[in-house]
Design a protein around this ligand. Sequence first.
Ligand SMILES: [Zn+2]
Length: 1099
Amino acid sequence: MNKPKMATEKGNSRVMMLLGQLERMNGESMLRDVEMARQVTTKILHRQTCRFELFGVMPNSRDVQTTLTILSILTELLTVGRGRRVGVFVSKGGTGVLFQILVNASKEFPPSEELMLQLHSLLAKVGPKDRKFGMKARLSGALNVTINLMKRNLLNTKLLLPCLQVLRVYATSSVNAISLGKNGVVELMFKVIAPYSKKNTSLLKVALDALGALLKSKTNARRAVDGNFVPVLLNLYLDWHRNDARHRYMLIRKGLLVCLKNITNIKVGRKAFFEANGMRILYNSSTECLPVRTLDPLVNTSSLIMRKCFPKNRLPLPTIKSAFHFQLPHVPADGPVAQLYSQLPGVDDVVDESDDNEEPEADSDTENDEDEKDNCSLNDDIETDINKLHPKRSIGRSFEELKFYKKFFSELFEDFQVSSFTSRSEVGSERVKQEGSPVNNTRHIQSPLLLGGIPTRRVGGGGSNWGSDCGSEGTEDESGEGAVLEVPDTAQLLPLHDPDLYVEMVKETFSVPRYAEVAYPDYFGHVAPTSKEPLLERLYGVQRSKIFQDIERLIHPNDILDKVVYDLDIPSCPVVEDSGESLKFNSQFESGNLRKAVQVRKYEYDLVLNADINSNHYHQWFYFEVSGMRVGTTYRFNIINCEKSNSQFNYGMQVLMYSVQEAISGRPCWVRAGTDICYYKNHFARSSIAAGGQKGKSYYTLTFSITFSHKDDVCYFAYHYPYTYSSLKMHLSKLEDLRTPRIYLRQDVLCETLSGNSCPLLTITAMPESNSNDHICQFRNRPLIFLSARVHPGETNASWVMKGTLEFLMGSSPLAASLREAYIFKIVPMLNPDGVVNGNHRCSLSGEDLNRQWLNPNPELHPTIYHTKSLLQYLAYIQRAPLVFCDYHGHSRKKNVFMYGCSVKETVWQTNISASSSDLQEDLGYRTLPKILSQIAPAFSMGSSSFVVERSKESTARVVVWREIGVQRSYTMESTLCGCDQGKYKGLQIGTRELEEMGAQFCVALLRLKRLTGLRNHQNLLDLECDIIGTQHVPIALFHVGSSLTTYVMEEDEPSFLEAIDYSAESNDEDGEPENELCCEVQENFDLLSDSETTTGTS
Ligand SMILES: [Zn+2]
């Protein structure tokens, strides 16, 4: 025991003694009070009185002077001691006693001013330390005492200040805020803060804080609008802005902005702000504040308000439905396409609807009914039906239906007569001779790069005058016609690339817009650059400056060009005349999807992406061509109809750029490019009907700046490394060249897609060692590995990973040979060719996400899924279900590569649903493969992996293959679009080399999976794995419920960013959330009434 502690304890006991006296003095009158107050306070007092009776030597006096004396000693005691004494005071029910004295004293007329002053000063000290302060005040009836006191003493600064300080605490409770508003406190506060005056600035500061808190309530905000206080606030802000040259009153200025910010959370508030010229006032004042870094809070809050109040607008499009329509074989009446095309014209018109249809705010007494909605919604997405969690083993289809698929598994039945043995290998080597023909060392390329012999009719367009110039013909020195570019042979750099073959493949690819051009990057090919590409560091204030430029458009509309330079919806597209003043855009090639380009300033363009075909949204992927640029000039590009609420573009990801000039100079590379990149909510929106019945949704802007370094260049920009369907076909054809006599490679066409593209199916394994019975038997009995990729067209990284897998499998390394001898690989490398061809991001031509159709795929509408699932059903039927199923995807919100798997146990842990221990008998084999990957693949992260079965994923490949086909190791492998934050590649953006490496490492991991066991018997293999896992790095913890072995994947995977991406009413830049306050209060009430103590100062 040391001295200071003694002192504190002594102080504490004095505090308690004084408290005891106060209680006694008010004991009698208390009984006459409001029923509710009495109940609650009695509980506190009763409990305390017993202890305080020890100190009960003081006379039971009701003399004001005695009370004052005690209060002043108390004040003194509570002022020293760093708040610990306040804590003791609160925990002993002191707040309640003070309120009681306050209420009692108010009944005297006139109440003693000094007593009121003392009480409020003390309450102002205690309030912030008492979590239940607001509620205690309300229940004791103290709110009105304070308000009436203020009303009577508006000019009495000395008394007003402590009252405001207490009010500021009252108002943090939303229930109190509403009640105070009803009693005219909002209007009262405006009397305190206006007109502008530098007298009593500390009072003003407190008053603004209190007002800001009051205005968080929408009812109060409405009151302020009705009272016409928005112009008052704006003018006050201007006054302070002008008269605070030395920035000494930042807090007052900020306080005014917070009031405006809260008022503009409601629609009428935004309207009033706009009409009061708020945009211009805040824009101009912020511009003046910008050079002073200490004024950043003002600029940021102003920016937030302006963004909110920027009038919502529809996109500059005739309709947000995709520019192209594809006629489906049949249109299900309840499907998305039927709904989309039955919408009335004008559906896209946007009104600011964010406040409409809103219930009037909760009144003071409804607080108890709010239950734990939040807790429920947290697990909404997780499967909670234990029966649905267990794999069901019935295939649900007859063998009659499935036997059709036998033809795709001829390896399981082939007997390898000598003839087939030799002829196969001969065919392989012949192909090498035929198709591996060397490409000319230099080639001459005409620009534009048009396909000959292909009809160039375009759906939705004029049909003539096709093929925008690529721009590289130059304007001065060449006549366009004879423009010739010399290109080095990319085939030397890229052994599996062949431009001529690519063009042949494009000719056989069917696109809805009937593309007749070839993008240079796909033609030349891409070589991964050798230099590292670190995540882009974000410069301070980038987003803010971009947003200010956006707001400037509204403030100075005459500076805006608004010149449409590219427009798919206009038949004569591209519309730009060659004046040299504008960039030229094009994306009428495979996987391209730019719909419109508008030049807004000399070097700034708004770009609008096309929706997925037969839909009106899913904008994220992009791929387009730019030419006609000036060297050394920085251009700003804004893709204005993005939809995700956040993006890795805010966390270091750059766009991809491909320069034809660079390619010609021997560097055919997609490179990470762009500066000043950010992603934020903009003022464009779609109506609630167009958004599918939800609230109208805002769009987001991806902005980036580029400085071009070559004259007469043609550059391409993409969301991620493009990988077209034609590239796949070329690649598969080149893979044939890698076949040796030892490799068994078969390529089948699984089915045709809706638009007539074929869906390839590959079988890769090793040829049997000989045609002896034993060898044939070993061959046929190899476990199957089933892989697929690219069901989501925008996730091109999945294709690059698949490319890595395929090349590894076809490789000459001993590992590859062992792998082929160990397994039979069945691979569907592109589940959604139509989506890829047409530049979709998410869907197929049916306007649906194919990875949500696995439960019940329709053979006509979802042929690739239907037939892939049938293959698996067939395998299940013949009892050859694959050992591993993995569907490759890309992930737009997270870093690294990781897996989603399926586990009953881990799902149960996440949900806390009751399950018997027999329900939880589960083999742990599902963890082995990701575990191995995390050890050998540098980009892979076990920590990001999850094995929870989410309800929203119940129709995905992973879950259906697990549940219906009974594949325990059924996975989705997600590769980041951005980069890594762990391992060897930490801090780097991901490139095709790393993605391909991942695909190869996946194969190596499969081999290790095999070697871990050394057994051919599946069941033993699983058991052994369990042992290994159980005894290795993850012992006991694996069985420990509640451990964080599995991460439940949250919506937001990055820490919230400094600058608010979103500016909606719910998003907060710095303040606490009023909604939570309400919940908190509910809990408080509950605590109080159930007589449980939350704070215990002693012990
Ligand atoms: Zn995906």
